[in-house]
Design a protein around this ligand. Structure first.
Ligand code: NAP
Length: 493
């Protein structure tokens, strides 16, 4: 059912609009507010407090003051807070889904999918909290015994992007809570409402005051800048674009901060001639159109073996053309708007440039006239030197390139500064593992177009970043290892 204006209004009235500092929703020191817009209409949804440097420092003070006490809490206590948060996110699933659709634009069905995916980090890390073991062992020559412990890394700055408003917050907050680290969260200014609602959910789940602080604002660097220089901060975890990640890495080096960097991607989607083509088309639709293509894991370069290219291209273009464009709150919408006018212009610029360089348009290629920032699902047939293949598209646009053999597919896949996600469709398992070994990517989908999962380590290589979120690895990003050595108590008096 299509959501009514009254339902939207009632939900927006329940979203906290302050900055969360030391357990209280407070006003910004600037006295200013930050508008949040609906990309499907261009209209303002709500205004929240516009935090600045002073507010960021207050948030860090709160996080620092409770860090020692929070580190001492029993793992079970932290686990149960996360588990209650998981239950509450599911009780509030429709609220979270609608909020994401309103501020980010994705269709409600996809927002519901994100509630499931994003919520799962809370349950997964609740379980990891009580099974995060250290080591107790004798040294090889037998003289010492070592205790290896995991301690919380300390106050952490978490910076999230706008494209997955709930999942990017839970993927960072849950492991930090699990490890016993305290947090200053800086959500993207385009989509802060989901984070505000999630922070209230964490409080409702019993998270003590000061453990999670949230500072949204119109100047990201005004918030992050003073924190990155402050000796009380121990860690920065960032998800966003590679240029911003580079700047944060430079700042982090000054203060020798621990870093996790989840940066951009330019995923190849390889279709070999022995692939099940219908499955490959379905996989490509998921890998390309999920989140309107605004995903770091989005298939950005579709590589198809020559002998099956005509059939694949025809079926894929038909499937893309059949998708219904509409505001995400409409029950029949498959493809929502791009996040804002600037982002849509950028996507259109890439398409225009590709066409000028000789691309053939198989479907789409245009902005949708009228309200909001919609763009037609687009398929282009391009040559391997097309400029569109070198950039993260972040829109519903799929360039297809043909290749002759496995060696060329591997070369084309690796011809990118990025190394986050890659996909391949083939029925030959040996080939799949051989190709996976030779391509430089942190995540590989084999006959699967959507592979993100809370239990799996997520992260990239090359300019896609460093560190892993989710899986058994995710909690390590928020711990520091301490080794205690002592005379071996079993061999000395
Ligand atoms: P972005 O412009 O880099 O922004 C990401 C976050 O960083 C936002 O909170 C933003 O705040 C903040 N930020 C911007 N400039 C900053 C600065 N100078 N100092 C500190 N913080 C700063 O990226 P985006 O457009 O939101 O997201 C899209 C990008 O994220 C794509 O490249 C995508 O591939 C990547 N991404 C990667 C992953 C992954 O897991 N690898 C997942 C999702 C997205 P404001 O909103 O206030 O500008």
């Amino acid at each position: 059912m299509t959501v009514s204006a009254q339902q939207e209004k009632e939900l927006l009235e329940r979203v906290p609009t302050g900055l969360l500092i030391n357990g209280e929703w407070v006003e910004a020191s600037s006295g200013k507010t930050l508008p949040v817009y609906d990309p499907a209409t261009g209209k303002e949804l709500l205004r929240i407090q516009d935090g600045n440097s002073d507010d960021a420092l207050k948030a860090l003070t709160a996080a620092d003051e409770v860090q020692a006490e929070w580190a001492q809490t029993a793992p079970r206590e932290r686990a149960e807070i996360l588990r209650r948060a998981f239950d509450l996110v599911h009780e509030r699933a429709e609220d979270f889904a609608l909020l994401m659709t309103l501020e980010m634009g994705k269709p409600l069905a996809e927002s519901r999918g994100e509630v499931t995916y994003g919520g799962e980090f809370l349950r997964w890390f609740s379980e990891e909290t009580v099974r995060h073991y250290g080591r107790f062992a004798d040294t090889p020559e037998g003289k010492l015994t070592m205790i290896v412990r995991h301690k919380p890394v300390g106050p952490s700055l978490l910076i999230t992007p706008w494209n997955f408003p709930l999942a990017m917050a839970t993927r960072k907050v849950a492991p930090a809570v699990a490890a016993g680290a305290t947090i200053v969260l800086k959500p993207a200014q385009l989509t802060p409402l989901t984070s505000q609602y999630f922070a209230q959910t964490m409080i409702d789940a019993g998270l003590p005051a000061g453990v999670l602080n949230v500072v949204s604002g119109s100047s990201a660097s005004a918030i992050s800048g003073p924190l990155m220089k402050d000796r009380r901060l121990r860690k920065v975890s960032f998800t966003g674009s590679t240029p911003v990640g580079r700047r944060l890495l430079a700042d982090a080096s000054e203060n020798v901060l621990r870093t996790s960097m989840e940066l951009g991607g330019n995923a190849p989607f390889i279709v070999f001639d022995d692939a099940d083509l219908d499955a490959a088309v379905e996989g490509a639709m998921g890998a390309k159109l999920r989140n309107m293509g605004e995903a770091c894991t989005a298939a950005n370069r579709i590589l198809v073996q020559e002998s099956v290219a005509d059939e694949f291209n025809k079926k894929f273009a038909e499937a893309m053309r059949a998708r219904k464009i509409g505001r995400g709150t409409q029950s029949d919408a498959d493809v929502g708007p791009i996040i804002d006018e600037g982002a849509r212009e950028n996507v259109h610029g890439l398409v225009t440039e590709a066409i000028d360089a000789g691309a053939e348009v198989l479907t789409g290629g245009n902005k949708v006239e009228g309200e909001g920032y919609f763009y037609e699902p687009t398929v282009l047939s391009v040559q391997e030197n097309s400029p569109i293949l070198t950039q993260e598209i972040f829109g519903p646009v799929a360039p297809i390139v043909q290749f002759k053999d496995e060696a060329q597919a591997i070369r084309l896949a690796n011809a990118s500064e990025y190394g986050l996600a890659a996909y391949m469709y083939t029925q030959n398992h040996n080939r799949a593992l051989r190709v996976a070994d030779q391509i430089e990517f942190g995540l590989v989908g084999f006959n699967a177009g959507v592979i993100s999962n809370a239990a799996a380590p997520f992260g990239g290589v090359k300019h896609s970043g460093m560190g892993r979120e989710g899986g058994a690895e995710g909690i390590e990003e928020y711990t520091s290892v301490q080794y205690i050595g002592m005379p071996n108590p079993y061999t000395v008096d």
